[in-house]
Design a protein around this ligand. Structure first.
Ligand SMILES: [Cu+2]
Length: 137
């Protein structure tokens, strides 16, 4: 019984740093917005490492489609992330803003991802993508 108690205590102590870090859980915060200026913006992104905000086209099925913009983000919190669109996005088009990492490519600081590739691929937390979907106004 004494051993069991010690083991429980150890588990509790080990879990504490994770709880303290909860406010830094990876996330993307962005709103529906006009992209008439050629830029897609996120108000805040939290990432576990330096990487990229990647903007995919998407639709009602919420699957990530072609990449139309990307911008660098830092480890931790980056606010007011601005990604320049590489093609026109019309009002009503849906966009998925997703956190990608820097792992697996040949170069650091160069965005090497293409749809479906592992280079600079999407971050997954418990198997889930870290993203939000907006509609261009
Ligand atoms: Cu992506």
């Amino acid at each position: 019984m004494k051993l069991f108690t010690l083991a429980t205590l150890a588990t509790t102590l080990a879990a504490t740093p994770l709880l303290a870090d909860d406010h830094m859980a990876p996330m993307v915060e962005a709103s529906n917005q006009s992209v008439a200026n050629g830029v897609v913006s996120a108000t805040k992104i939290v990432a576990p490492a330096n990487g990229w905000m990647v903007v995919h086209r998407t639709d009602a099925e919420m699957r990530p489609g072609p990449v139309v913009a990307y911008a660098p983000i830092r480890e931790g919190e980056t606010t007011d992330v601005a990604a320049i669109l590489t093609e026109a996005v019309a009002p009503g088009d849906m966009l998925m803003l997703m956190v990608h990492g820097e792992a697996g490519g040949m170069s650091t600081g160069i965005f090497e991802y293409t749809l479906g590739a592992s280079e600079d691929g999407p971050l997954r937390i418990d198997g889930n993508l870290v993203m939000t979907v907006i509609t261009a106004e």
